[in-house]
Design a protein around this ligand. Structure first.
Ligand SMILES: *Cc1c(COP(=O)(O)O)cnc(C)c1O
Length: 377
């Protein structure tokens, strides 16, 4: 089955009770039991909920995993999954990891004795050099946020195998439509489903997907213990959203290519970071591990004044955090996704005060270009 078909038919498509063409919202917290000796599969909704399960089964199929767990947000998925590690363990993490992941690693997990070393993961030798005897995992994001730096996932997974450790990949920017890290021998795929997977800027959700059943069971144990699972209403909305993932991604990506070409020629734009461009340093590796460059990119402007004018003056692209919706979103990494990263760390990572990120939606690209033009002046 091709992915477009899996989006519609990959998970449970019919409610067994009624034949309804979709799994309904089981807005119920507890279930009546009939036997004192054997409780049925469903007993309490922190553990299992049929609507959440339908969504989990769908995403597992899309990523080629044996198990998916759905969480109340991307950060709930990331934090819960990181709880598989123990005090004394060490992680190697890409240095432009999502700001929220940087925050939990550097201020919470570090306090619990799980240390991280942040490295430039475009360089496989830097990843391997950072591995210590106590290292248990490599945590990656590719293309990364907001500079769209590319990590060779097959190469990183091979390093992990050699050292007997696991690879975790935040696949939010690509979605399983464009990139499937489990097929590249990575162990855990993480998502903020809030972005392209749901796609309509109306739900917070997250996923962890694995091939290994035992690993899935460990994450599932923590999900139930912590109560970080996704609620039924949001599971339903995300199930509806994901059905159109392919058509949304195809159109947004096509729009992105047109806007990127236009920006490249603009006199106020000094750099464009997009793995779809042949001159992007990660272009070749990205093309070998993903089926497209996606619909998020960043660019640098000639001054802070132009940056401010663009952010405050664009009407179609909303000046907001987040990405991956049907509407275009323009954001300012220095004060949004990376606000929790100290300024000197941020600048060392190349996230300047003139850097803007654009997530391209489904508007007509000509209208978006006209809007960006009037805002930049
Ligand atoms: C948004 C995002 C997250 C966090 O997800 P939430 O759903 O906001 O908790 C994690 N990783 C990436 C790459 C993101 O863009």
């Amino acid at each position: 089955m091709k992915l477009a078909t899996k989006l519609i038919h990959g998970g449970p498509t019919v409610d067994m009770q009624t034949g309804a063409l979709g799994v309904p919202i089981y807005q119920i917290s507890t279930y009546r039991q009939t036997s004192v000796d054997h409780f049925s599969k469903y007993d309490y909704a922190r553990g299992d909920n049929p609507t959440r399960e339908a969504l989990e089964d769908t995403i597992a199929v899309l990523e080629g995993g044996s198990r998916c767990l759905a969480f109340a947000s991307g950060m709930a998925a990331i934090s819960t999954t990181l709880m598989i590690f123990s005090p004394g363990d060490h992680l190697v993490v890409c240095d432009d990891v999502y700001g929220g992941a940087y925050r939990v690693l550097s201020t919470i997990f570090s306090r619990m004795g799980i240390k991280s070393t942040f490295v430039d993961a475009t360089d496989l030798t830097a990843i391997e050099a950072a591995i210590l005897p106590e290292t248990k995992g490599i945590y990656l994001e590719t293309p990364s946020n907001p500079l769209l730096k590319v990590t060779d996932l097959r190469g990183a997974a091979a390093i992990a195998r050699r050292h007997g450790i696991i690879t975790l990949v935040d696949n939010t920017f690509m979605t399983p439509y464009l990139q499937r890290p489990l097929e590249l021998d990575c162990d855990i795929v993480l998502h903020s489903g809030t972005k392209f997977i749901n796609g309509h800027s109306d739900v917070l959700c997250g996923f962890a997907v694995v091939k290994d059943k035992e690993l899935g069971q460990r994450i599932r144990y923590i999900q139930n213990a912590f109560g970080t699972g996704l609620g039924p209403q949001d599971s339903f909305l995300t199930l509806r959203g994901v059905k159109t993932l392919k058509v949304r991604m195809d159109q947004s990506q096509q729009n992105t290519l047109k806007i990127v070409e236009w920006l490249k020629a603009h006199e106020r734009v000094t750099a464009v970071h997009y793995p779809g461009l042949p001159e992007h340093p990660g272009h070749v590796i990205h093309s070998a591990q993903a089926d497209g460059p996606g619909a998020v990119f960043s660019f640098e402007l000639d001054s802070y004044e132009t940056t401010k004018r663009l952010l405050e003056g664009s009407h179609l692209a909303a000046f907001a955090v987040s990405l991956g919706g049907v509407e275009s979103i323009i954001s300012y990494p220095a004060k949004m996704s990376h606000a929790s990263v100290p300024k000197e760390v941020r600048e060392r990572k190349g996230i300047k005060d003139t850097l803007v990120r654009l997530s391209v939606g489904l508007e007509d690209p000509d209208d978006l270009i006209a809007d960006l033009q009037q805002a930049m002046g």
